[in-house]
Ligand binder design. Sequence first.
Ligand SMILES: NC(=O)c1ccc[n+]([C@@H]2O[C@H](COP(=O)([O-])OP(=O)(O)OC[C@H]3O[C@@H](n4cnc5c(N)ncnc54)[C@H](O)[C@@H]3O)[C@@H](O)[C@H]2O)c1
Ligand SMILES: O=C(O)[C@H](O)CO
Length: 324
Amino acid sequence: MKPSIILYKALPDDLMQRLESHFTVTRVPDLKPETVQQHADAFANAQGLLGSSQNVHAPLLEKMPQLRAASTISVGYDNFDVDALNARNILLMHTPTVLTETVADTIMALVLSSARRVVEVAERVKVGEWTSSIGADWFGIDVHHKTLGIVGMGRIGLALAQRAHFGFGMPILYNARRHHAEAEERFQARYCELETLLKESDFVCLVLPLTEETHHLIGQKQFELMKKSAIFINAGRGQVVDEAALIAALQNGEIHAAGLDVFEKEPLPIDSPLLSLPNVVALPHIGSATHETRYNMSACAVDNLIDALNGKVEKNCVNPQAAR
Ligand SMILES: NC(=O)c1ccc[n+]([C@@H]2O[C@H](COP(=O)([O-])OP(=O)(O)OC[C@H]3O[C@@H](n4cnc5c(N)ncnc54)[C@H](O)[C@@H]3O)[C@@H](O)[C@H]2O)c1
Ligand SMILES: O=C(O)[C@H](O)CO
């Protein structure tokens, strides 16, 4: 008999077929308590869980006594209670690598659009404000050869460094938990303490996971350390930044501009002050959102679940020690 699983995200047809060739699949819209209640038997029998962007915490796990593996269609897994999974020997699989280059592209788009005011001036053209040769009030600032500070030199940080170094001739500073030999050798990246990076960078780019340690890592004190001309980019997780402090820093001119793909609360509430600031480019968490990459992430997550339920945890497993 095929193992039963819960799927809480739509998949392309061919991946759905692949999944159904291995498992009996119950498709649900989300993991809200009312959905779980409605499909109580399916949750009670499920050995696998596949989807993205929903919290998987202890109360849900209590409803899934047979669960052996969860597979998220994302590299970030801060929405999972990993301790609770470990306590029950439930494997957690994720999708690193397949999205790295695409997310680095998105970050370069944020860097360029914030510095050159692409969104703001394109809007001015659309509303008919381009009526004569533009003046200095429409100018941006240069990106090439400016100093880029990367906080979190992991897979995406490295791909960003490659673009910035070879494409834009940018000197690179970075802060991470340890030195990154490849970044230093290939891109002449210089390791420095966070405080130094904040003081010296023209662009401060966060590519960090959300953990207890990184929660609100950047707040008022850190914005005060940055150059008044600095552009702040966050493409990791919103909660790494104290958003109220970011708003104040932008309003008070402590930093020049911000390019943001992630927010403390998503979707970003329409009344967020960030949306009325002309020096903010706000994207709807599109880091990996291309057709190709989202397909590859889903395919990876399907294969990960098949692997995990067959005891294969050599790759893409967050907690291989939970293998029984
Ligand atoms: N905006 C998006 O759509 C999007 C897409 C993909 C990933 N992300 C986020 O980006 C994160 C990074 O992805 P990745 O694949 O590069 O992961 P990764 O694990 O390869 O890199 C993370 C890096 O951060 C470093 N780090 C962790 N805590 C730190 C701290 N306190 N101080 C300094 N450095 C620290 C780690 O050592 C590691 O080098 C993900 O966890 C996810 O939250 C966002
Ligand atoms: O972590 C990731 O993969 C992205 O943020 C999508 O959730």
